[in-house]
Design a protein around this ligand. Structure first.
Ligand SMILES: C[S@@+](CC[C@H](N)C(=O)[O-])C[C@H]1O[C@@H](n2cnc3c(N)ncnc32)[C@H](O)[C@@H]1O
Length: 220
């Protein structure tokens, strides 16, 4: 008898809030003691490629309302604020992440709004509509949840849709899903607008990407 093959990722502790609470507690302590802002997921170049795309896109203005979903230490928003973007909100379900993000922004005299918010909770308070939503590693984390990740991914996709204005943009960066997989997950609600080029590697004659970074546009 053939075994059923799942299209989901292997569950991991990175899919749980306990993991992130613990990680950001350590990072908060490091920031207080050494001024270290902590992990920049997928590296600084990845954040700079996103900032550069947003800065150069005719579809995005510096005053546009932008939300970072699962912002962690908030460094992507810090980079955007440094470029002149002025209407920035970061949310994360980990209180320690938000404490860290607020402390980092304050230490750089930047005005960025940060709120604790579980994007999968029906109780969350963010109701305003945004022109741009950023996701760097958050869909990946949600996809690794040990309990019914498919349902959680679908809940997340519909939440992101509800947070965006008509034709709003989702800038999503993933190391767990390929371009093809992301497009197939999001295609009912979003269409592909652009691909941010990321470094490639070659293995056994095939060329692949370690990170995928896409600009998706909400369908009207
Ligand atoms: C891989 S980290 C990326 C952090 C940040 N975006 C970055 O690029 O450095 C994933 C983040 O998603 C957050 N996260 C995961 N599930 C979430 C949820 N349901 N609601 C809000 N934040 C969530 C985690 O707390 C963590 O900060």
């Amino acid at each position: 008898m053939s075994e059923e093959v799942s299209d989901e990722l292997e569950p991991s502790e990175l899919g749980t809030q306990e993991y992130w609470d613990g990680a950001y507690s350590v990072e908060m302590k490091n920031f207080e003691e050494h001024g270290d802002v902590g992990e920049v997921w997928f590296g600084e170049d990845s954040a700079l490629r996103i900032v550069s795309w947003l800065s150069n896109s005719p579809l995005v203005n510096q005053e546009d309302r932008i939300i970072d979903l699962g912002c962690g230490n908030g460094m992507l928003l810090v980079e955007l604020a440094r470029e002149g973007f002025s209407n920035l909100v970061g949310v994360d379900y980990s209180e320690k992440a938000i404490e860290l993000a607020k402390s980092v922004a304050r230490s750089q005299n930047l005005t960025i709004s940060f709120e604790v918010c579980d994007l999968l909770s029906t109780q969350n308070k963010i109701s305003e509509q945004f022109s741009v939503a950023l996701d760097k590693g958050t869909y990946d984390a949600i996809s690794l949840h040990p309990d019914n990740p498919k349902h959680k991914r679908e809940q997340y996709i519909s939440k992101v849709r509800s947070l965006l204005k008509p034709q709003g943009l989702l800038v999503i960066t993933s190391c767990n899903w390929t371009e093809k997989e992301l497009i197939s997950h999001f295609c009912n609600e979003f269409c592909l607008l652009s691909v941010i080029p990321t470094p490639t590697f070659r293995f056994g004659g095939k060329v692949g990407n370690l990170i995928t970074s896409l600009i998706l546009q909400k369908k009207s």
